[in-house]
Design a binder for this molecule. Structure first.
Ligand code: TIU
Length: 226
C-alpha cells in the first residue's frame, strides 16, 4: 500500500510529507568524495565526517524503496574530453592535481572512472535515475527538472554531500523552482563541522527560507505506516 501523507517533525515547523509527490534525491555519494584514499582525502579532508552519513542514507533508501517511492541519485563529474568543464573550475584552488588528472581511483571527477561512481552501499537500483551534473547544483545543465515534472514530484528529501556545497546549492535551485525541500540532518555531511552546522541553519532560518531540517528516522517512520 502506498505510504499516506503525514506530518513529520522538523524545524522551523512540521513538514507535510506527501509521499506520492515526493522524491528522494541523494547528492554525490561518490567514491572520490567518501572513500579513504580518494580525491577528497587526497585534498587533506577528513572523510570520516562524510562517512557517518552512509548508514542513515542506506536505511532511508531501503525504506523508501520498500515503500515503492521515487529515488534519484546525482554524481558530480565531467565528460572524458572535459568539454563541459569550465576553465575556472579546472584551475580553482591552484591544485597540483585537478579535475581530469589521474587520481587515486582513475581520472578525477570524470564520468566512467571508478572514483566518480557511487559508493557500493548506496548503489542505484534499476529504474532509479542517475543525474550526471557538471556543477554543484543538480538542476544546472541536467534533465532533473523534466524527470521530476514527468513523475509529478513537487517535494524533495535531499541528502548527500557536502552540506554547504552541492546539497545547499541544489536546495537553493529547487526552492526557486517551487519545490519544498526536507533535509534529514543525519544524512548530509561536510568535511567541516562548522559548515555542517551553518549549512543546516541557513536552510531552516527565517521561517524555512530554503526548506525544512529534520531526521531520517522520522521520515522512515512516516512512510512505514503504509
Ligand atoms: N558534491 C560536492 O559537494 N562537491 C564538492 O566539491 N564539495 C566540496 O565540499 N568541495
Amino acid at each position: 500500500m502506498q505510504a499516506k501523507p503525514s506530518t513529520v517533525p522538523a524545524e522551523p515547523y512540521p513538514f507535510d510529507l506527501r509521499p506520492a509527490e515526493c522524491g528522494l534525491l541523494i547528492i554525490d555519494m561518490q567514491r572520490d568524495f567518501l572513500e579513504p584514499g580518494g580525491f577528497g582525502e587526497m585534498l587533506g579532508n577528513d572523510v570520516s565526517q562524510l562517512r557517518r552519513t552512509i548508514e542513515p542514507n542506506r536505511r532511508l533508501l531501503a525504506a523508501w524503496r520498500a515503500a515503492g517511492l521515487a529515488a534519484m541519485h546525482t554524481r558530480e563529474g565531467h565528460r572524458p574530453d572535459l568539454s563541459d568543464l569550465p576553465p575556472s573550475k579546472k584551475v580553482r584552488g591552484r591544485p597540483k592535481t585537478s579535475i581530469g588528472d589521474m587520481g587515486p581511483m582513475g581520472r578525477i571527477l570524470v564520468r566512467g572512472e571508478a572514483g566518480h561512481d557511487i559508493i557500493p552501499e548506496l548503489y542505484p537500483a534499476a529504474g532509479e535515475p542517475v543525474i550526471d551534473k557538471p556543477g554543484k547544483g543538480a538542476f544546472h545543465a541536467t534533465d532533473l527538472q523534466s524527470i521530476l515534472q514527468n513523475r509529478g514530484i513537487n517535494q524533495l528529501i535531499v541528502t548527500g554531500v557536502t552540506t554547504e556545497v552541492c546539497v545547499n546549492t541544489t536546495i537553493r535551485e529547487a526552492n526557486d523552482r517551487g519545490y519544498d525541500c526536507f533535509v534529514p540532518e543525519d544524512c548530509v555531511g561536510s568535511y567541516f563541522p562548522e559548515f555542517q552546522d551553518m549549512g543546516l541553519r541557513m536552510i531552516k532560518a527565517q521561517g524555512g527560507i530554503f526548506g525544512w531540517v529534520g531526521s531520517s528516522a522520522d521520515i522512515v517512520a512516516a512512510i512505514g505506516k503504509g
